[in-house]
Design a protein around this ligand. Structure first.
Ligand code: HEM
Length: 128
């Protein structure tokens, strides 16, 4: 067994695949009614949800599900077609925080998750 097998990850702390599914399923309905975010997303949100589940799995230290299927994530590039401001990043993180509360994640894990997700959210800002 390699050292990797013993590594503790955010993915494990939150409860792995099952919790992450619930987070994604709780998050996107919020995105879809957010006045800033909803216009950016397609009506058929299911494919986005599935990709987000695959991506967050690996982003939080779980198996590399997204890259196995889609190759290098290049997430900033994938977000470039959409005008993303600081306000969008904040709205995205707010929807996520609400979703984490709803799935019952304890405060310490919510803070770790939001801190971890703030970096990419701010990095995806591409316009004023
Ligand atoms: C900063 C605010 C953000 C906005 C406004 C935003 C918006 C979007 C939009 C419009 C799409 C494309 C939906 C489509 O397929 O038409 C998308 C895709 C995606 N976003 Fe975001 N996003 C944000 C932050 C994030 C963050 C922080 C993450 C993960 C850490 C993330 C992960 C993804 C993933 C995995 C996809 C699917 C990529 C693919 O097509 O393979 N996004 N996002």
């Amino acid at each position: 067994m390699s050292e990797q097998d013993h590594k503790e990850t955010i993915y494990d702390w939150i409860g792995g695949a099952e919790t992450l599914r619930r987070i994604v399923e709780t998050f996107y309905p919020k995105v879809q009614i957010d006045p800033l975010l909803s216009p950016l997303f397609p009506e058929d949100i299911l494919p986005v949800m599935e990709k987000q589940y695959l991506f967050l799995t690996q982003f939080l230290g779980g198996p590399s599900l997204y890259s196995d299927q889609y190759g290098h994530p290049m997430m900033r590039a994938r977000h470039m077609p959409f005008p993303i401001t600081n306000a969008h990043a904040q709205a995205w993180l707010n929807c996520m925080e609400q979703a984490l509360v709803e799935v019952g994640l304890p405060k310490d894990l919510r803070e770790i998750m939001i801190q971890r997700l703030s970096a990419p959210a701010n990095h995806f800002v591409n316009t004023n």
